[in-house]
Design a protein around this ligand. Structure first.
Ligand SMILES: Cc1cc2nc3c(=O)[nH]c(=O)nc-3n(C[C@H](O)[C@H](O)[C@H](O)COP(=O)(O)O)c2cc1C
Length: 314
């Protein structure tokens, strides 16, 4: 069977516009940006904005952060009352200190009984598949405990495990531990997806070959490069990488991306301009005059001015 290639959950990045663009170039599944279970419970307006979707934005999963099984369940029920999702993911991977202090995110890696209780509570009360996003460890690499935590996920009814091949201590840099992902894949019967360092098609193949995993999550590799999904699919089928997009093609997709942000993103006009500038630079980085362009983009005061700058770029 062909391995699955999903867009990874990325807070502050994978909003509706990012998902629509990624899907148009081959991402087969996406996640809403992560939701905090406590805030979700109180239907915080920010959470409602994060759940904005579209008929083309499917299939989609939500991801919840939290440490209390009952609060997680109520939050999940609130989400299900607001939108339809094909599965719900439990975040056991977030490395942020403030998250760890609340015993959630990657802290759950060292509190597997609590993680097991959360999964069990959700699985036994909800009609949708429950998945878990793990890292290979908190501070140290420990293959046995990594496999034990993954087994607890399976025993409590998780339907899939996504595993970022770095410890919490590594954050987002350093080598990806293919051996640990393989150990988890070999130990479980449910599907296992690998995440980490998938920046081009050969890196995707390396993850699949070295771990035997069932699918992969593409994260930073998709920033300014939504073509990566189409490229990975082509490479896995034929061993060749399609030609990179021309500047004209990049500009066309970037403008579509910005149009979606303009239409769907519910933030203040100033924040929207800042956000659009960041997205534009992801697409245009690597151009010989990128530094000057960045300064001009930062100074752009309106959507029209930004489009004028992009049209002029050669
Ligand atoms: C800006 C950013 C935000 C992220 N937010 C989340 C998140 O909310 N939930 C999550 O499970 N992982 C999150 N991740 C981790 C990614 O899903 C992925 O596992 C990680 O970046 C490793 O993949 P990469 O090396 O290919 O980028 C985030 C990563 C980045 C760069």
């Amino acid at each position: 069977m062909n391995p699955k290639v999903y867009l990874a959950p990325m807070s502050g990045v994978t909003d509706l516009s990012f998902r629509l663009i990624s899907r148009s170039l081959g991402a087969s599944h996406c996640f809403f940006e992560m939701l905090d279970s406590k805030a979700t419970l109180y239907s915080h307006p920010k959470n409602r904005r994060l759940l904005r979707t579209h008929k083309k934005d499917s299939p989609i999963s939500a991801q919840l952060l939290g440490a209390d099984p009952s609060v997680m369940l109520e939050a999940a029920q609130t989400i299900l009352g607001l939108t339809s999702i094909s599965s719900l993911d439990i975040n056991s991977a977030c490395p942020a200190r403030k998250v760890l202090k609340k015993r959630s995110g990657a802290a759950l890696l060292e509190d597997a009984p609590r993680l097991g209780k959360i999964i069990h509570k959700l699985v036994s009360n909800l009609q949708i598949p429950i998945t878990v996003k793990l890292r290979v460890g908190l501070n140290n690499r420990d293959l046995k405990s990594c496999v034990r935590t993954a087994r607890i996920c399976q025993e409590n009814g998780a339907s899939t495990v996504f595993i970022h091949g770095r410890t919490r201590e590594q954050g987002y840099s350093g080598d990806v531990d293919y051996e640990a992902i393989k150990a988890v894949k070999d130990a479980l019967e449910i599907p296992v997806f690998g995440s980490g360092n998938i920046f081009n098609p050969p890196m995707a193949k390396e993850m699949l070959d070295k771990t035997g995993c069932d699918g992969i999550l593409v994260a930073r590799g998709a920033l300014g490069n939504p073509w990566i999904f189409r490229d990975i699919e082509g490479y896995l089928k034929s061993g060749t990488i399609p030609k990179p997009p021309t500047l004209a093609q990049k500009k066309r997709v970037l403008k579509r991306h910005l149009a979606y942000i303009n239409k769907y993103k519910e933030i203040s006009p100033a924040c929207k301009m800042g956000f659009m500038g960041k997205i534009a630079m992801w697409y245009l980085k690597g151009l010989s005059h990128a530094t000057i362009l960045r300064q001009e983009i930062c100074r752009a005061r309106s959507y029209r001015e930004l489009l004028r700058l992009i049209n002029r770029t050669s």
